[in-house]
Design a protein around this ligand. Structure first.
Ligand code: IPE
Ligand code: IPE
Ligand code: MG
Length: 248
């Protein structure tokens, strides 16, 4: 199915892991069971990305708006990075996956922050796949943070103008490529505050599958659809294959 050669593949795939609650409800289980299954599914998608040779994978795990949920659910979601690292640690090392969190870690419980920082430190040298874990992440909060950082520099006389590059370099994702393919599972057609700046030219793909059911073949299907898209970036160039080759 993916016979177009590796040059056209997305370099960065970003996924809104949505539908855990409904997955559990359909089975008469508590929402937490859906979150547990969802966290376990991260491995299938990481493995598929490694198989495909994707360099960057961003997974949206907790949004700045998810604090609105019942305390018990929030507490469980806060325990997931620790559970994930305990379960997948050896694989991250074996597969050489670097984990980097994007989001405000100063607002999350100290033990969750500690495990995320440990996961980052222990995988910092790996480059086969970079997993950006969006945790307590919100696109608007990120842009506001960037504006504040730039205002400080401006006030210090370090900036004369503010360019798109200045903004990009002030985001959590500074230094990483923009997502080429943004997938949302769970049959919802919205971004829910995910990578608002970075997704300006991402190809969007919506899946009806609930996140715990979204497996390797589903990711392959999304990538196959992506390969059929023609990315123009506002221009008229129709030879998308050579255009993408230049980008990677
Ligand atoms: C996604 O699943 C996980 C988080 C938002 C943390 P949901 O919990 O939103 O599942 P649904 O959308 O209610 O089914
Ligand atoms: C988006 O899902 C956030 C994550 C998957 C982490 P939500 O379930 O929070 O989004 P809405 O509320 O349906 O927009
Ligand atoms: Mg949801």
């Amino acid at each position: 199915m993916l016979d177009k050669g590796s040059s056209g593949l997305p370099r960065h795939i970003a996924i809104v892991m949505d539908g855990n609650g409904r997955w559990a409800q359909l089975r008469g289980l508590p929402r937490m069971a859906g979150h547990r299954q969802g966290a376990e599914n991260m491995r299938s998608i990481i493995e598929e990305c490694l198989e495909l040779g994707i360099s960057f994978l961003t997974l949206y795990a907790f949004s700045t708006e998810n604090w609105k949920r019942p305390a018990e659910e929030v507490e469980y979601l806060m325990s997931l990075p620790g559970r994930f690292y305990e379960r997948e640690r050896h694989l991250l090392h074996q597969y050489q996956v670097r984990v980097i969190a994007i989001g405000n870690l100063d607002e999350i419980p100290a033990d969750t922050k500690e495990v995320i920082e440990r996961m980052q430190a222990e995988t910092a040298a790996y480059r086969r796949l970079t997993l950006l874990l969006a945790f307590n992440y919100g696109g608007r909060a990120e842009i506001a943070m960037a504006a504040e950082r730039l205002a400080v520099k401006w006030q210090a006389g370090e900036l004369e103008t503010i360019t798109e590059e200045d903004v990009a370099n002030s985001l959590y994702t500074a230094g990483f490529p923009d997502p080429d393919l943004l997938i949302r599972c769970g049959n919802e057609m919205r971004l829910s505050n995910f990578l608002l700046w970075q997704s300006a030219y991402a190809e969007l793909y919506f899946s009806e599958k609930l996140w715990p059911d979204f497996k390797g073949p589903d990711l392959r299907r999304a990538v196959a659809v992506y390969l059929q898209r023609e990315r123009r970036f506002g221009g008229l160039t129709l030879n998308s294959a050579s255009q993408q080759e230049e980008e990677v």
